[in-house]
Design a protein around this ligand. Structure first.
Ligand SMILES: NC(=O)c1ccc[n+]([C@@H]2O[C@H](COP(=O)([O-])OP(=O)(O)OC[C@H]3O[C@@H](n4cnc5c(N)ncnc54)[C@H](OP(=O)(O)O)[C@@H]3O)[C@@H](O)[C@H]2O)c1
Length: 294
């Protein structure tokens, strides 16, 4: 079974590839620019440069590789950047997805799109798959537009919505909430952390395992795949400080309204993951267990 991953250099991409190789899948890793992955080419692993905004390059790779399954993780993921560079964001998150999807319809048999809790407005929190979407940022809006395209495609699809992913990259650096707290406290800096947002933070290996279950079961439809603990960023910061023996006194509790950021964040998200538990057998670790693994 051949699986092609877009955005392979990213946090999820790296861990997804590792898990698939561990399970003896044939893997085609694709991303923008050179590989930043710690794997060497082999009989069942190859890296191909593929900028999803370049339709010729995307078609060339997809027609050449003809993957059975596509895991589409590539995206412009920085919420503020999306707001500041709207055309760029739309080009990657919407047009890029359209290109990968069109090629997958021709060459593949299962399309898995990675989406986000930011498709919700954050008023209600504790979201199930069928709850009404209403993004409040351009990032969320473009991810929802991509979801709509996937839902009207001709290929069997799964949409995986996830929430506040944390974990270490296998190679390279990319900030996430835990690494950001840790780095700042290690440098003795004071940090302001929001205490009125709610999330179900997701350990990156759990997300990869959830997607693997979807691949194995050829599951279709929308799935919420996240951690199981409801935490505020402030709770996360306190737990991170405790785990790494850092000074929690440097963590200042603030309201989200304190920050004037270009992109609005939904206040309360977090997922009900019963569907993934029941239909896929998905069971995430606790946030404390995820921290321990970092
Ligand atoms: N991280 C989270 O908290 C979170 C939460 C909810 C949903 N998600 C979704 O989960 C997916 C994976 O996220 P992640 O955390 O792994 O993000 P990430 O670390 O930012 O990875 C995204 C990858 O996509 C690549 N990319 C961007 N533009 C591209 C293009 N035009 N062509 C090809 N590749 C391109 C990036 O390349 P460069 O490395 O060169 O920039 C990066 O490697 C995304 O779809 C995201 O929307 C993430």
């Amino acid at each position: 079974m051949k699986v092609l991953i877009t955005g392979a250099n990213g946090l999820l991409g790296q861990h997804m590839i590792k898990l698939l190789l561990d399970r003896n899948y044939e893997v085609v890793a694709t991303s923008r620019g050179e590989s930043r992955l710690p794997f060497q080419p082999s009989a069942n692993y190859t890296y191909r440069e593929m900028d999803i905004t370049n339709s010729l390059e995307t078609f060339a790779v997809m027609s050449n590789e003809k993957p059975d399954i596509v895991v589409h993780a590539a995206a412009m993921t920085q919420v503020d950047d999306c707001e500041l560079r709207p055309q760029h964001c739309e080009r990657i998150n919407v047009q890029g997805t359209s290109q990968v999807l069109t090629d997958a319809e021709t060459f593949s048999s299962h399309f898995i799109y990675i989406s986000t809790d930011f498709v919700f407005d954050g008023e209600q929190g504790n979201y199930a798959e069928e709850d009404d979407t209403k993004p409040i940022s351009l990032y969320g809006f473009t991810k929802l537009q991509a979801e709509s395209m996937v839902q009207t495609s001709t290929i069997p699809f799964a949409i995986v919505r996830t929430c506040l992913v944390y974990g270490n990259l296998l190679q390279g650096t990319r900030s996430n909430i835990v690494s950001w707290v840790r780095e700042n406290l290690e440098q003795g800096k004071t940090i302001k952390v929001v205490s009125d947002q709610l999330r179900t933070p997701t350990y990156v290996e759990d997300l990869a395992k959830g997607i693997l279950l979807i691949i194995e079961k050829k599951a279709t439809g929308i799935y919420h795949i996240s951690g199981k603990d409801w935490l505020t960023p402030y709770d996360i910061a306190l737990k991170t400080a405790a785990k790494f023996n850092l000074d929690a006194g440097k963590i200042v509790k603030v309201d989200a309204a304190t920050f004037k950021q270009p992109g609005r964040r939904p206040l309360k998200t977090g997922f009900i993951i019963e569907k993934a538990r029941k239909e896929l057998g998905f069971e995430p670790m606790s946030f404390d267990e995820g921290l321990e693994l970092m």
